[in-house]
Design a protein around this ligand. Sequence first.
Ligand code: S3P
Length: 450
Amino acid sequence: MSGHGTPIPMTAGHAGPLTGVAEVPGDKSISHRALILGAMAVGETRITGLLEGEDVLDTAKAMRAFGAEVTRDEDGTWHVHGVGVGGFAEPDQVIDCGNSGTGVRLIMGAMASSPITATFTGDASLTKRPMARVTDPLALFGTRAYGRSGGRLPMTIQGAADPVPVNYTVPVPSAQVKSAVLLAGLNAPGQTVVTEREATRDHTERMLAGFGAEITTEETNEGRVITLTGRPELTPQVIAVPRDPSSAAFPVCAALIVPGSDLLVPGIGLNPTRAGLFTTLREMGADLTYENEREEGGEPVADLRARYSPDMKGITVPAHRAASMIDEYPILCAVAANATGATMMEGVRELRVKESDRIAAMADGLRACGVPVEDGEDWMEVQGLGAGGVPGGAICATHLDHRIAMSFLVLGMAAQQPVSVDDGSPIATSFPIFEPLMAALGATIARTGA
Ligand code: S3P
């Protein structure tokens, strides 16, 4: 679990050209879901390419606590012996989900319609984040939640003994909320229907279909209507997790702003509900191409080629694209600072309730590095200073947020003075090989004493 160790200050200075092949780790969203659905199937699910970051390892531990057998071979293949839908055992101990909002919210959903009780907690970031967005719809199944004020962790969830199916419209664009309701719907008799006004990542729906659940998605005037038939027997799967587009974003964006760079980032998941950053970068004039487009494990995949792009222009990123790049706004800020003109990001209110308040964290750090930023409740605008125009030379606070830490380190690779972060330790939650991977490409990241 992160956030309880000693902070690890880090500094990134001007990098030489970034070249070579960047093999980023497995997709975090898909990794959580593979473990959880594997635990809810009957028999053995085999997973390759699982992200072995702290967030996902905490979910693996949680699945063991609910009675699944979860093991790892020396070659990195994971095996999950599931207990079946409705087969979760009551954990003996508190479930600690570390830094992971996805982990805690999906697991709450998965246990919410079984007659067991579990208590959840997390680190200093996760215990500040809102859980009512999940426990409100779970209450409709008959689940009870007892948490701290503001619906925060630690929280005890008492699963519904006699769950009823639910018809729920998700009030905020959140794949975690949608997924929690669908996972709870698995053990409710009849049909659970979830409507989302804006499309969010659909890995849960795709994977449920892969495990043999009856699930349909219909595009309507009200949004996407997802209908799941409860009480299926889930059939174990062999899952190859694609590499994470949200992690690929860091080497890709670094290559775009570091002079002379030319990088290949192979095997990246390009599910349209995740690929908004790459669309945005191309609109800004980035030299970013897709090679060898294919499908792997039910997800579209391509090799990304990113080259130094000194002529990028600021653009307006429309609100309707926000869900498809919600985790990528921090790194987009680093690119926007190196573009010409302003980049306006609209409809990004959800950034305020991530691992940190990402609008505030990026605005503060960018200003400290000499980049003008304006922000409001649900928008932010970064004034680009042109290629290589960022002064840098500041220490930026990461607030236990991995993506804030990596974004400022990438900013430092193209800035006039090095950029430091007060604590890079959260990077291990999602991208444990970030430092050696970036170093192998030509970056200089130093661990700098407090
Ligand atoms: C995720 C959904 C998103 C995203 C998070 C992963 C998921 O959160 O920010 O990193 O795997 O479902 P929200 O559901 O809060 O939008």
